[in-house]
Write a protein that binds this ligand. Structure first.
Ligand code: NAP
Length: 339
């Protein structure tokens, strides 16, 4: 059986996910899409040569009897609403990050899913599917570098649009680290502090860039994350873990070594789409396979979306206060215990 998918939001990542469902992944087909700009959605389908219906209202897509599962790739502010509607309709939903624009919004999704009684939500945190992060996780869990002590991370973009503001460094950018660092360390955040170094001249008045986010985990591990979204030189994701007997670092993405003009060099990627292509493929294929198998979803859960959002809300508070702020997360419900 082919899983029939409805996609809400046909912008940058919506188009990427539609393309991968059609051309890369197995067992699924996009049968309906919606975008607030329905003409844009039609043009996207034509451009991708896909035979599917276009609608202006995402709720219409969720209600279509021929749609088995939903992908939400619209603006952040709409994720909670469409995910809740999919749960209400009893349809599995892959929701891009963030699950909601606040922890409170994510909690509504968690509550609705628990009430439904079966996991229906996978959040689009793709880094746990990245080969490099998986290798780091294995090194941590098999004890190759002894007990974990520290992590040093960086999230650098070459540039961001004028609309990108200081808080978005947390809600749009750091949110990926907020998920993957919980997963890597198998731990929860205890405190967070945000420090602002000298601002780069490449930034604008509404964006303090770079920022350094300092975490203490509940088991005592310390993590520093540099967010630098106007670094000019490339899209560069770094993560080094330090244990009692060794260190391990995220591998650089594969790149051809060039010899030219008396230099040896490799290039650095500049686009987020390229850095995690394989991880995006695997996360969505996992969603499709899990839905088709009819058992429990295994990808990042609504609880993971909520936990990242609790940490994000606290980071926003720490940006303003400059103080070390406690991250207050409740006990994970048994419903989300990993089986
Ligand atoms: P984008 O290019 O602005 O696309 C969003 C699309 O959703 C636009 O086409 C927008 O309409 C449409 N839209 C807005 N409200 C809608 C509604 N109520 N119903 C239907 N469509 C609606 O943004 P993007 O970069 O694709 O990001 C989309 C989401 O994916 C964001 O939440 C973002 O955080 C997330 N994302 C995740 C990753 C990742 O690495 N996992 C990467 C990129 C983005 P218009 O045509 O009018 O603008």
């Amino acid at each position: 059986m082919t899983l029939k998918i409805g996609v809400i939001g046909t912008g940058a990542i919506g188009q990427e996910h539609i393309r991968r469902c059609e051309n890369v992944l197995q067992g699924a087909k996009v049968v309906a899409v919606s975008d607030i700009n329905v003409e844009g959605a039609r043009t996207t389908l034509q451009h991708l040569n896909i035979d599917a219906e276009s609608y202006a209202d995402g709720h219409h897509v969720i209600q279509l009897p021929e749609v088995d599962a939903i992908i939400v790739t619209s603006w952040d502010q709409t994720h909670e609403e469409f995910t809740l509607a999919a749960i209400e309709a009893g349809k599995p939903v892959f929701c891009e990050k963030p699950l909601g624009i606040s922890a409170e919004g994510c909690r509504h999704v968690v509550n609705a899913e628990i009430k439904h009684g079966k996991r229906l939500v996978q959040v689009g945190f793709m880094r746990p599917y990245d080969t490099g992060y998986r290798a780091l996780k294995k090194i941590i869990t098999d004890g190759s570098i002894g007990e974990l002590l520290m992590l040093h991370c960086a999230h650098r973009n070459p540039t961001v649009p004028e609309s990108y503001t200081t808080d978005m460094a947390i809600t749009n950018t750091l949110i990926h680290e907020l998920d993957v660092l919980r997963w890597l360390t198998n731990d929860e955040y205890k405190t967070v502090q945000v420090i602002f170094p000298r601002v780069t001249s490449k930034s604008h008045s509404r964006l303090k860039d770079p920022q350094i986010v300092l975490f203490e985990m509940q088991k005592g591990v310390r993590i520093d994350v540099e967010i630098f979204v106007n670094c000019s030189y490339g899209y560069d994701i770094q993560c080094e873990v330090v244990g009692e007997t060794g260190t391990a670092k995220l591998p650089e993405p594969a790149s051809v070594q060039l010899r030219s003009e008396a230099k040896i060099y490799t290039t650095i990627q500049t686009n987020w789409k390229d850095r995690f292509t394989a991880a995006y493929d695997i996360e969505l294929q996992t969603f499709i396979n899990d839905v088709k198998a009819g058992g429990e979803l295994t990808g990042p859960s609504a609880w993971d979306g909520f936990a990242a959002s609790v940490a994000a809300d606290t980071c926003l508070k720490a940006q303003k206060s400059g103080a070390i702020e406690p991250v207050e997360i409740s006990q994970c419900p048994a419903f989300y215990a990993k089986k």
